[in-house]
Design a protein. Sequence first.
Length: 65
Amino acid sequence: MVGKSGYHDSHPSIPADYFWHSTITGLQLDRTYTLAARCDFTANNGHTTAPGNVQYTVEFTLHSS
């Protein structure tokens, strides 16, 4: 399953306790899917800024029984 290739959004300020989430519709039972996400950001430690990113991949299956 390929999701929305190239999809992205931008938020000027995200709180530290933000709940990263996705909504996926049309999934079939007993089929394995992979959800991959990447978040690019600029980190600032009070003295300098640097680019950073968080990436994750989740493999999941919805079972019929």
